[in-house]
Design a protein around this ligand. Structure first.
Ligand code: Q9C
Ligand code: ZN
Length: 347
């Protein structure tokens, strides 16, 4: 399996996130990916590839051009406001809600940050754009690597920062560019008529859902913590089924906090049945392992050995597959859990 590794992911290193009323050290750290690399190396899984240059034009067909341009220049703008800002991260602090205008970009920097984000747990740092862009390139390259194949054949993009909370024109939830959506778009443009995205991260893939909500060519499936109690709260309910041409092309499978592997697997199988019914030509797996029992910010109860079975179930689709790396914050166990998925997948 080709593994596309973003060599500059470590340049995205947030200092603090707003969490339960306090600024706390970021949960989404460079160490997470180092544990994945080490686990893959130890088990001899996959061959590592560096990504090519990111296809910005493709990125601007998934995200709005004005959002991409904002991300590309945000850090420079921040430091230009005050040279001392170079020692601080950008943290969003103000947002437009119902009734506010979204079509006018304020000149004020903080106001523009709020226009393009949805939470204060997602610091934008000096290296965020470079890391996000290289991660996106990994996802696009992984898609292109499997696009000429059929049947079970996979590539993985080791994406940091993760992507599934990033929408058409907003960041949040530790995500800036939606790597899974970019992989799906790349698969479509390489000839797959129908692509499915299966999001197994603990949190609802709100960004991915929003990007494809009115499209019939990409099925989005997400198994996640019930948004009535779990982040991102404002999206991810079962009655969100897609709209317009995209009607019935979105499937949300929310589960209560505390759900264990047996019930989680039943939901995943329902999601995989939808992928088969959709007659997808390829699948993107948004692979978060924050469903793990030891995850510090999530509340499902999967055990490390369960991830082998997750991989086997995904392999049962018998489709070309692109894995993107999403959440998982029990840092020392993230490598084992990701490697178990890939090992189970490879059979
Ligand atoms: N009080 C991903 O797994 N913070 N993002 C939750 C709860 C946001 C998780 C705060 C969690 C985002 C990719
Ligand atoms: Zn998550």
């Amino acid at each position: 399996m080709q593994i596309f590794h973003n060599p500059v992911h470590e340049k995205h290193a947030g200092r603090q996130e707003m969490f339960r009323g306090k600024l706390v050290p970021c949960h989404e750290t460079p160490a997470r990916l180092e544990y994945v690399l080490e686990a893959l190396r130890q088990r001899g899984i996959g061959d590592l590839r560096a990504p090519s240059a990111a296809d910005i034009a493709l990125i601007k067909r998934v995200h709005t051009p004005r959002y991409v341009d904002f991300l590309a220049s945000a850090w420079q703008e921040w430091v230009a406001l005050d040279p001392a800002n170079a020692g601080l991260d950008v943290l969003p602090s103000i947002w437009p809600v119902r009734g506010f205008r979204h079509d006018v970009e304020p000149t004020n920097f903080a106001a523009r940050v709020g226009l393009f984000s949805f939470d204060s747990g997602c610091p934008l740092t000096a290296g965020t754009w470079e890391a996000a862009l290289a991660g996106a390139a990994c996802a696009i390259d992984a898609a292109r690597a499997v696009s000429a194949t059929s049947g079970k054949h996979a590539a993985m993009a080791l994406t940091r920062p993760p992507g599934h909370h990033a929408g058409p024109d907003f960041f949040g939830g530790y995500c800036f560019l939606n790597n899974a959506a970019l992989a799906a778009q790349a698969l479509r443009e390489a000839g797959a008529a129908r692509v499915a995205i299966v999001d197994v991260d603990y949190h609802h893939g709100n960004g991915t859902q929003s990007i494809f909500y009115e499209r019939a060519d990409v099925l989005t499936v997400s198994v996640h913590g019930d948004p009535t109690t779990e982040y991102p709260f404002y999206l991810g309910y079962a009655d969100e089924r897609g709209q317009g041409a995209g009607a019935d092309c979105n499937l949300n499978l929310p589960l209560p906090a505390g759900t264990g592997f047996a019930d989680w697997t039943r939901a995943l199988k329902q999601g995989l049945a939808a992928v088969r019914a959709f007659k997808a030509d390829a699948v993107v797996v948004a692979l978060g392992v924050d469903t793990y029992e030891g995850d510090p910010i999530s509340r499902f109860k999967l055990k490390s050995a369960d991830y082998l079975q997750v991989g086997r179930l995904l392999a049962g689709l018998d489709l070309p597959a692109v894995f993107t790396m999403e959440g998982g914050y029990a840092v020392a166990d993230v490598g084992t859990n990701v490697a178990n998925v890939l090992e189970g997948y490879a059979g």
